[in-house]
Ligand binder design. Structure first.
Ligand SMILES: [Cu+2]
Length: 157
């Protein structure tokens, strides 16, 4: 019991400490720089990005994501086919190989939110829950930022 309490405190300490620097740690997973593209009022779709590092000795999978502000929350890949960017819903999730890092960025893997049901104007952060296969789940704030790249223009589902 005492031992569990110690681990709980250690977890809290790590979590709080890391939330100040935009890094989050849960078990063997480290998450860096989570951000989400700001939207105009009336816009119903946006996307989110982050870096995920898997420090464990086995592969893990980001199985799904959840949020309160959108009805549809999906993990997508993006590829160029005949000069057209195509997105694909990764229904069985995104694999993060052991001891490696995966970067979700404009033009590549991303989190996709549609049917957005909230006014997001005056918010700085949005909370999104990431469900991993082995390292359980973590709910973290994604910073809302303007998008400066053109990675998500000209695409088709
Ligand atoms: Cu997408």
């Amino acid at each position: 019991m005492k031992k569990n309490f110690f681990y709980f405190c250690l977890f809290l300490f790590c979590f709080i400490q890391n939330s100040w620097s935009d890094d989050f740690i849960i078990n063997n997973i480290v998450i860096n720089k989570p951000w989400i593209k700001s939207i105009h009022s009336g816009q119903k779709v946006t996307s989110g990005y982050l870096e995920i590092i898997n420090n464990s000795k086995s592969d893990d999978v980001l199985l799904s994501i959840e949020s309160n502000f959108a009805k549809n929350n999906q993990i997508h890949s993006m590829n160029i086919q005949n000069d057209v960017m195509k997105m694909k819903h990764l229904k069985s999730g995104l694999i993060i190989k052991k001891k490696s890092k995966i970067v979700l960025k404009p033009g590549g893997f991303h989190l996709m939110f549609s049917e957005i049901n909230e006014e997001l104007k005056n918010k700085k952060y949005l909370y999104i829950k990431l469900n991993f296969k082995k390292n359980v789940s973590i709910e973290i704030p994604f910073q809302i930022k303007k998008n400066n790249t053109k990675g998500h223009v000209n695409h088709k589902h």
